[in-house]
Design a protein around this ligand. Structure first.
Ligand SMILES: *Cc1c(COP(=O)(O)O)cnc(C)c1O
Length: 371
């Protein structure tokens, strides 16, 4: 038995009855696109996230693009963001017409807000910022709010890894809009693709609603050139009654795994990335760093001990072939991001891990003693 990074079969055992009920409800309703399941899920999700509104859409990539377009991003506008994230964060910026401007991260892997401040003081023409609460580790919300007002920034928070994160100025409540993903591996994952924009500004939310549905302001009335990016009734129904109600329990299970790792991992060569507020974090991933030249050996050791692992992320977005053609700008060096990309390993953390699974991971990590 291998300790998996994600256990979708184990998850199905928990969910089966509730998912089949949700599917049956939608089938009987005879309504598959933009109906009551989507709107009811939007209400429930917004309440969970601590905002007024939510707009379901097709995926997290689209959610970021919809939010930037609703905020009025125009072709060529610079968008400050992190080079250490899912490629989708930057892809959305480029698809919306923006030019990504990368700044370095701090030792936690999150974009360094001191660098952000420095960058904005130097470059007066930056109006947009897409911060990512990476690994489920919340950025400092007070500082984010201060930067927003000091530099008159339009902010889209990428909360794809931060659903369920708590604490003051929690992720998704500081920016003008926030975006998230319901990709199956996320803290709140559907059984397929899905995403959402959320926030409390009525006008911006209305703009997202129009943009997700071909830019229709009323039937056959196209106010803007929109997208087809709708959350479907099936995924919304599954999310609303099978998955969202389990989120608090699943989050506390993630947190319990993290607490055990933090207490029991003692190998001096394996250092958990420092989360600023571990008790508020969403713990989407459990990232550690090891000596870079020993990383593949570490992952082989884990694999031989029956433990899956992964890297988030092996290559900076600024070094991806798709955008290497002068399509971005950079503020200063990206030294910390490069160091994490070379040394990071993600250990299994998900709600279906058993006591014995966690023990297996701890033992595998602690017994690693490279020559
Ligand atoms: C998963 C993810 C996305 C993209 O979400 P999709 O639903 O796969 O498009 C964007 N940003 C971050 C930080 C993510 O983890």
């Amino acid at each position: 038995m291998t300790v998996l990074l994600n256990d979708f079969k184990g998850q199905w055992q928990e969910l089966e009855t509730d998912v089949l009920d949700a599917v049956s409800r939608v089938g009987k309703s005879g309504w598959y696109i933009l109906g009551s399941e989507v709107s009811r899920f939007e209400v429930d999700f917004a309440r969970q996230a601590g905002v007024e509104h939510c707009v379901g859409c097709a995926n997290g990539l689209d959610a970021i693009e919809l939010a930037l377009r609703a905020l009025g991003l125009e072709a060529g506008d610079l968008v400050l963001t992190t080079p250490l994230s899912a490629f989708a964060t930057t892809l959305a910026i480029i698809r919306a017409g923006g030019v990504p401007l990368f700044a370095d991260v701090d030792e936690s892997g999150n974009i360094d807000l001191a660098q952000v401040e420095k960058c904005l003081s130097h470059r007066m023409n930056v109006r947009y910022f897409v911060p990512v609460h990476l690994y489920g580790n919340p950025l400092d919300g007070k500082r984010l709010a201060w930067l927003k007002s000091r530099f008159e920034l339009r902010i889209v928070e990428d909360c794809a890894q931060a659903v369920g994160t708590s604490g003051p100025e929690r992720p998704g409540t500081v920016g003008d809009l926030a975006a998230t993903s319901f990709y199956p591996t996320k803290n709140l994952g559907a059984l397929g693709d899905g995403g959402a924009v959320f926030g409390s500004n009525d006008a911006l939310i209305s703009a997202c609603r129009v943009l997700r549905d071909y830019g229709q302001s009323a039937k056959y009335e196209h106010a803007r050139l929109g997208m087809n990016s709708r959350l479907d009734e099936l995924q919304a129904a599954i999310l609303r009654t099978a998955i969202l109600p389990r989120l608090p329990d699943w989050l506390s299970r993630r947190k319990a795994v993290a607490q055990r790792y933090l207490a029991e991992l003692t190998n001096p060569l394996v250092r958990p990335l420092p989360f600023t507020r571990p008790n508020d974090a969403g713990w989407h991933l459990f990232p550690v760093v090891v000596p870079a030249q020993r990383r593949s050996q570490f992952m082989t050791h884990l694999s031989e001990a029956g433990v899956q692992s992964a890297i988030h992320y092996p290559r900076l977005i600024s070094e991806q072939p798709a955008i290497a053609e002068g399509r971005f700008e950079q503020f200063g060096t990206l030294t910390n991001a490069e160091a994490i990309a070379r040394a990071e390993v993600s250990l299994p953390i998900h709600p279906q891990l058993t006591f014995e699974d966690i023990e297996r991971v701890v033992h595998a990590v602690n017994s690693w003693n490279p020559a």
